[in-house]
Ligand binder design. Structure first.
Ligand SMILES: *Cc1c(COP(=O)(O)O)cnc(C)c1O
Length: 371
């Protein structure tokens, strides 16, 4: 066996990223701090305009985080107590948590091998109480939106896209997060477009929803002294908005680098493990690159031993979370998600990943399967 010089490959590398952009970040921070505006204001309006252009959608608002965007999206559609929302069972906890925060009940739906909601099963979960479908574009791969929009239209349901992982991803030339009634993005530091703290974005198709969301994110205030509706504090900081605007100038380049890393992994690993497939008319932005293998846990240990950090997105399907016990789901209710939970593994894919590090990951995976 050839010995490989040991490297350390973190799962993400925020410090390296900061070092690359430090000068422009610090000067943007200085500009905002010197302006004396710290919450909402001009930098937020700028970001909203830029994202409206980027996403090709009329109404965009900055909010405090991605989970709030989902919750506010449900609220503005009047979804709450007694209502049901269909949510894929393999997602980040916030997809379901936001439904609960709005006072409604998430109804889980199994996913496909591509990790996104199984559109053939959605109708099985529709009841008289169903108000919306919440597709998640997991890993930055668009869910099957044509099928979802058709089902929603047929049953008179809203569609709220959880696009937290998919900014820049396209579904048949449409930007994810700008297809359904409401689109929600997280700008958490881990996401493809990110703040340096918490922040989020909500899009709306409809002007009335936009006007209402603008109130809801800021205590329901029409102006300093008049409250039109009972709202929330879900504002975005001016400095975060400014830094996200800066990031937006790099986003396509970052997404291209993620895609380039993904193609490299796909080519090198396709005969060894299951890798995500590229599909016509689907532009994925690889927030995560998830392989599938029966030897997942042994592979994790091997990679860890060799200095490579990996993650599982997500090791516990939503219906098996302790917090979900109240709904009395059973093991076996969502066989695909339950199988994926044991076999999925996310490899480092961030834009700053060097060729040397990507090749090192590949060599170590090959070595594991050759042994
Ligand atoms: C990150 C994420 C969220 C929540 O975003 P926050 O900004 O952390 O609140 C919601 N859904 C998905 C799929 C996510 O990945």
């Amino acid at each position: 066996m050839t010995t490989i010089e040991k490297l350390y490959v973190p799962f993400v590398d925020f410090k390296r990223r900061y070092a690359l952009y430090r000068d422009e970040i610090l000067s943007a921070v200085d500009e905002v701090f010197s302006s004396g505006t710290y919450i909402l204001g001009e930098p937020v309006e700028q970001l909203e305009k830029q994202l409206s252009y980027y996403l090709n959608t009329p109404y965009v608002l900055g909010v405090a985080n991605g989970a709030d965007a989902l919750m506010l999206g449900l609220k503005v559609l009047n979804i709450g107590s007694g209502d049901e929302v269909i949510v894929p069972v393999n997602s980040f906890i916030a997809s379901a948590g936001a439904v609960v925060a709005a006072g409604a009940t998430p109804i889980f739906c199994d996913v496909c091998d591509d990790l996104n909601i199984d559109v053939n099963q959605i109708e099985n979960h529709i009841t008289k109480k169903t108000k919306a479908i919440m597709p998640v574009h997991l890993t930055g791969r668009p869910a099957d939106m044509n099928a979802i929009m058709q089902i929603a239209q047929k049953h008179n349901l809203f569609v709220i896209e959880d696009a937290a992982q998919s900014i820049g991803a396209k579904y048949h030339e449409k930007m994810t997060g700008a297809i359904g009634d409401i689109g929600c993005f997280s700008l958490h530091p881990l996401k493809n477009l990110h703040a340096y703290g918490d922040a989020g974005i909500i899009t709306a198709k409809n002007k009335a929803h936009y006007d209402q969301l603008k109130l809801l994110r800021n205590h329901g205030l029409l102006d300093r002294d008049h409250c039109a509706v009972w709202g929330y504090n879900s504002r975005i900081d001016a400095v975060q908005a400014k830094l996200v605007s800066l990031g937006l100038t790099h986003l396509d380049e970052w997404n291209d680098k993620r895609r380039k890393n993904a193609m490299r992994y796909q080519q090198a690993l396709k005969n060894i493990v299951k890798v995500p497939q590229e599909i016509n008319d689907i532009f994925s932005v690889y927030h995560n690159f998830v392989i599938q293998t029966k030897q997942r846990n042994a592979l994790v240990a091997h990679l860890q031993e060799n200095g490579i950090d990996t993650r599982v997105h997500y090791p516990i399907p939503l219906h098996q979370q302790p917090a979900a016990k109240i709904w009395e789901y059973q093991a076996g209710d969502f066989p695909v998600a339950e199988k994926l939970a044991l076999e999925m593994l996310s490899l480092p894919i961030y834009p700053e990943l060097s060729d040397e590090h990507a090749e090192y990951v590949i060599r170590n995976i090959k070595e594991f399967y050759e042994a």
